[in-house]
Design a protein around this ligand. Structure first.
Ligand code: TYM
Length: 342
């Protein structure tokens, strides 16, 4: 896949403990929906996952499961490069180079670093420099667009600053990427607490997040228990007190592809929040059913998943390695000369 007139898209997802409905609505669904129109790279960011302590065997299993899940969701290796970050050396190499143009103060200000570091007994250096690796991911493909949920917007903005700084210091190399945040569904909230983002963190209780691999029963139970409010009005709202209902309607809207007016119309005459929860649950169950079925088939063929990862890595390396070579030259590093001893 060479440089074409089509915008280049890059995005990533961590291979940690399953894919949530938040990941799907905020990111993956949009990757799939637009993949025919763009020049796409989607990366399983295992190097980002290890910024927090991981069990090695678990991480390896989760990584393959994520590959199966992304394909099950509709990422198509014929139309998108889907690959594992650690398979392409250019990412770590570029991250080091960018570390050397990024002021530490920029990293210390990142909200995700502040949030995550308070939860750790010992904060790893990788957690601080995490956004520099993310900047490397995006910049070494000269991506124009980065489709992400709301929580990653700050990191993409930092990437823009790093790119501008590099270009200013060494000459124009990098494209300044745009974050692409969905208008609806950029921040899906926890079902058990609609004031916190739905996240896969194991610190949360069952009923907080829906995972794409959950059974219909589990999904139904989680929605039935979803926290709402003491009122009865089923409409979109910015009122924090109505965050639960707003979240359920947002999930319904993004899954069905309906706009707000049509969504609210669907619930005229509904018998209270019980009805709402049931219908949202059914909609999600039906949407996830084919994904889960495809996943079950794909996960049984690890050799096929591995082959797809390898092909993705080869295609990704072919784009990013020459750009990293250019970075090194621009920064004054001496290119290795071909050996004379043959
Ligand atoms: P990660 O793995 O945490 O999440 C993957 C994607 O899912 C989105 N997301 C959500 N969207 C809506 N509601 C939610 N509750 C929700 N939870 C997660 C995230 O915004 C993200 O788009 N650092 C990134 C991965 C990454 C990356 C990159 C992304 C590494 N390099 C380069 C883009 C470009 C992360 O940890 O995402």
């Amino acid at each position: 896949m060479g440089q074409t007139a089509r915008p280049r898209v890059f995005s990533g997802i961590q291979p940690t403990s399953g894919v949530t409905l938040g990941n799907y609505i905020g990111a993956i669904k949009n990757w799939v929906d637009f993949q025919g129109q763009k020049d796409n790279l989607f990366c399983l960011v295992d190097l980002h996952a290890i910024t927090i302590k991981q069990d090695p065997a678990e991480l390896r299993a989760r990584t393959r499961e994520l590959m199966a899940m992304l394909l099950a969701c509709g990422l198509d290796p014929a139309r998108s490069i889907v690959f594992l970050q650690s398979h392409v050396r250019a990412h770590t190499e570029a991250a080091w180079l960018l570390n050397c143009v990024t002021p530490i103060g920029w990293l210390q200000k990142m909200t995700q670093f502040k949030d995550k570091s308070v939860k750790q007994e010992s904060v790893l250096t990788g957690l601080l420099t995490y956004p520099v690796l993310m900047a490397a991911d995006i910049l070494i493909y000269k991506a124009n667009e980065v489709p992400v949920g709301e929580d990653q917007k700050q990191h993409v903005e930092l990437t823009r600053n790093i790119a501008e700084r590099f270009n200013g210091l060494f000459g124009e190399l990098f494209v300044i990427p745009e974050p692409v945040i969905p208008k609806l569904g950029a921040r899906i909230m926890g079902l058990d607490d609609p004031s916190t983002k739905m996240s896969k963190s194991s610190a949360h209780k069952p009923g907080h997040a829906i995972f794409l691999s959950d059974s219909a029963d589990t999904i139904l139970r989680a929605f039935k228990r979803a926290v709402t409010d003491s009122g009865g009005e089923i409409r979109f709202s910015d009122d924090p007190l109505k965050a639960g209902v707003n979240n359920l309607l947002t999930i319904y809207a993004t899954i069905t592809g309906k706009d707000r007016v049509n969504v609210e119309a669907d619930f005229i005459g509904a018998r209270g929040y019980g009805d709402l929860k049931l219908r949202v649950a059914e909609t999600v169950i039906e949407a996830l059913r084919p994904i889960r079925e495809r996943y079950e088939a794909l996960i049984k063929e690890p050799a096929n998943l591995d082959a797809n990862m390898r092909r993705g890595a080869e295609a990704a390396a072919a784009i990013s390695e020459p750009i990293v070579r250019q970075m090194k030259e621009m920064m004054g590093l001496t290119p290795a000369q071909p050996s004379l001893s043959v």
